[in-house]
Design a protein around this ligand. Structure first.
Ligand code: ADP
Ligand code: MG
Length: 731
């Protein structure tokens, strides 16, 4: 009998919810306590220092050395009061996790060997060298300069975790190439600000700044820790590589928005307390569609900060899960046959004057501005649909998008019936019909104003990768384990570049004598036509859509290593260099890292999938087969030949089936190992990644299929791996 599995099941069943309580009764009393936010800054920095820092945050002004010293010492005092003894530059290497190296505040007061004091200088705050030679860099640092350094991002506030002051930083090489995910995002956001502000000023000269907003929705699975520990595949790869579907999974939809189980509820509360401590406005918590799947979403915020908050909460979620006897699975597809996890990125833009640029307005001018931004977004996504897909594609997310049981990996935009009708109308109107300028020189959009009901529009399409949802776009294809920076960098860069082009086209028309409104309308109208192929309101999961999307010229590639190439297409290199977000060198280097990461993930999975069947499955199946053989043998000894044959018919069938499946599994594992060896011989990362995709990966399904069939016939008591029903329904 398999002791580990049953012990785990027993322990999981008897666990009680951990008791949790809020740090203080009112959330507002401890909200943001561990963040060096405006309240803390006002208390720990002098007025002049604060003013200089604000100037840097808002306008990117350079910080003087003495000011940096003042900030560092104020920050240190604040952090020490919260128990911090160390500090770290917290950065985002190309691995989708965060990295940190902790240093103590201590230093000699005078001569070495003398008295010790706590110290933290402006120099240490602003820049550090993390000795990070082992972080992936795609060859940038070996080609250029051996070292990389981290530099403070003052627009994302420092925070204290346990005994450490964490300072959000970018990570760049000495020759200036970005080695992380934050630096390009900051550049993209600044390009967007510039381009969008220029467009807004055509409508309202008071607009001085445009920011991008992000509201992420983090989906995750919670699995009991004991059960998790008895599944080597979950432990090593974050997903189940084997396991037959449970008889019941998500067909009844009874988990979605159902009562939250008590152990999970305690965990969720704990996460929220932590989120509030760090000024993360966690707003909704609920069950998701799949059993043991849940979601956490905050109120949206400025994009760069929202990305950091997501990364912080992901690491907190992992830590707190252990306290509650759970493991949190951020993998995009931990279980076959049921929903995977995503991280919808709700994206919008807003002005310093408080206008949401994707919010339908109340006046005709506002609506022309709304339509302008909406249509430019469609253009940006249309032109860059392959790149958008590349920005979210990983080995893990492919199981959610593009792989066999997943919806197709095609980026299209959903607008809903009302907006579609409005764009259709505009497309078919003459300028005179669409733009009416009255006697007071007031402008009117000659279509009925965009109805308010639109905001509560419920005809939402869950199958669209990029859907308009009333006052924002929802980029749904982003994976649950992803750093949102990748998607947000591409989206904001594409939008920035698009707005620059738009402005240039409009300006050219005005210079040629056109009225401003007419020029804007004419360009919009041409864009509505040009971007039509990206608009799709039908079922994005259907087979027909695959055919239709290919006809429309949308990118339909399904192989991850090839999808990634969209980053270095001629148009993408032009997009990133023109906007100043990334150079061709950076783009090529990053792709090397992506290919390497991809193939390593498949490599690890292939190793686990070689080990598990040979060491766990086949021995158990063989043992069970021996029992059956023994039974057949003994039956023969007792009964007449004829009777024995009929009694043993079923067992004989099972014996044969086990033998056949074992043979298939063994042969497939062997040929998978051969394919892996051959792939490993390939020198170039891209070709190697393609070999892993084309030649190694296809073995997985065959092995799994046959193991899962064995799971159905082998004695349950002998089976060593916790089954889907146990992983998914015990909590
Ligand atoms: P659903 O699951 O139905 O998509 P949720 O309420 O779970 O909706 O999530 C909506 C997310 O969208 C939240 O994170 C919310 O803060 C965010 N959001 C709402 N309005 C905007 C906006 N204008 N810009 C960006 N994000 C927004
Ligand atoms: Mg959503």
């Amino acid at each position: 009998m398999s002791s580990l599995r049953f012990k785990a099941v027993e322990e999981a069943f008897t666990k009680k919810a951990v008791e949790v309580s809020a740090p203080t009764k009112l959330t507002s009393d401890y909200y943001g306590k561990y963040v060096f936010n405006d309240v803390a800054m006002a208390k720990y920095l002098s007025k002049d220092t604060l003013k200089a820092l604000k100037n840097t945050i808002d306008k990117g002004a350079k910080l003087e050395g003495t000011i940096a010293n003042d900030i560092a010492s104020g920050m240190r005092m604040w952090a020490m009061e919260l128990g911090a003894t160390h500090y770290t530059h917290w950065f985002q290497p190309l691995t989708d996790a965060t990295a940190e190296k902790h240093d103590s505040f201590i230093d000699y007061a005078g001569a070495p060997g003398g008295a010790i004091i706590e110290d933290f200088s402006g120099k240490l705050l602003v820049q550090q060298e993390p000795d990070a030679s082992s972080f992936p860099n795609g060859g940038i640092r070996s080609t250029f300069e051996a070292r990389g350094y981290t530099a403070w991002d003052p627009s994302s506030p420092a925070f204290v975790v346990d005994d450490t002051l964490c300072i959000p930083t970018i990570f760049i090489s000495y020759t200036g190439e970005s080695l992380d995910l934050k630096a390009p995002l900051l550049k993209a956001l600044s390009a967007l600000d510039k381009a969008a502000t220029a467009v807004c000023q055509m409508f309202d000269p008071n607009v001085k700044k445009v920011v991008a907003f992000l509201g992420w929705e983090q989906e995750y699975f919670l699995i009991d820790e004991n059960l998790f520990a008895s599944r080597p595949d979950l432990l090593l790869t974050g997903r189940t590589l084997l396991g037959h579907e449970s008889a019941k999974n998500q067909q009844l939809d009874d988990h979605y928005f159902g009562a939250i189980p008590s152990r999970v509820a305690a965990y969720m509360k704990d996460i929220e307390f932590e989120a509030y401590k760090y000024g993360i406005p966690a707003k909704t918590r609920h069950n998701e569609v799949a059993p043991n799947q849940f979601e956490l979403a905050p109120i949206f915020g400025e994009c760069n900060l929202a990305v950091d908050q997501n990364l912080l909460i992901m690491s907190i979620m992992d830590r707190v899960a252990r306290k509650h006897g759970f493991r949190v699975l951020m993998h995009e597809k931990p279980f076959a046959g049921i929903n995977g996890s995503g991280k919808h990125n709700n994206w919008s833009m807003g002005t310093n004057t408080g206008v949401g640029l994707f919010t339908p307005g109340k006046t005709a001018e506002e609506n022309l501005q709304f339509v302008t931004f909406l249509v430019n977004a469609l253009m940006a996504v249309h032109k860059n649909n392959a790149l958008m897909k590349a920005s979210i594609m990983t080995a893990q997310n492919a199981h959610r998008l593009g792989a066999n049981e997943a919806p197709p990996a095609i980026v299209s935009a959903f607008l809903g019936t009302q907006l579609t009708a409005i764009l259709d109308k505009l497309e078919n109107s003459t300028t005179e019909e669409a733009i009416i300028i009255d006697s007071k020189k007031q402008l009117h959009l000659g279509i009925a104003h965009i109805p308010e009901v639109f905001l509560d529009n419920t005809d939402r399409n869950r199958t669209s990768a990029f859907a308009f949802t009333g006052n924002r776009f929802e980029f749904r294809a982003v994976g649950s384990s992803a750093n949102c920076s990748s998607a947000m960098t591409v989206l904001n860069t594409a939008m920035a570049s698009q707005l620059v082009e738009f402005k240039a086209e409009v300006d050219a028309k005005i210079a040629a004598g056109s009225l401003k409104e007419k020029a804007i309308f004419d360009v919009i109208k041409s864009y509505i036509k040009a971007s039509k192929a990206i608009r799709f309101d039908g079922n994005g999961y259907s087979e027909e859509w695959k055919v239709e999307a290919a006809k429309r010229g949308l990118d339909c590639e399904t192989s991850v290593p090839k999808i990634i190439e969209a980053y270095t297409s001629k148009s993408s290199i032009e997009l990133f260099t023109k906007t100043g977000v990334m150079t061709a060198v950076e783009l090529h280097a990053r792709n090397e890292v992506k290919w390497e990461t991809y193939l390593k993930k498949i490599q690890i999975e292939a190793r686990v999938l070689g080990d598990l069947p040979l060491n766990h499955i086949i021995p158990v199946a063989t043992r069970y087969q021996s029992l059956l053989l023994d039974n057949v043998y003994k039956t023969k000894a007792i009964f007449s030949a004829e009777k024995a044959e009929s009694i043993s018919a079923i067992n004989l069938g099972l014996i044969e089936e086990i033998a056949e499946r074992i043979a298939i599994i063994k042969n497939t594992v062997e040929s998978m190992v051969e394919a892996r060896k051959a792939a490993n011989e390939i020198a170039h990362e891209k070709e190697k990644a393609i070999a892993y995709h084309d030649l190694v990966l296809p073995h997985f399904d065959i092995i799994r299929y046959n193991v899962d069939k064995l799971e159905l016939i082998v004695d349950d008591e002998m089976w060593t791996l916790p089954k889907y029903r146990e992983l998914l329904f015990i909590r």
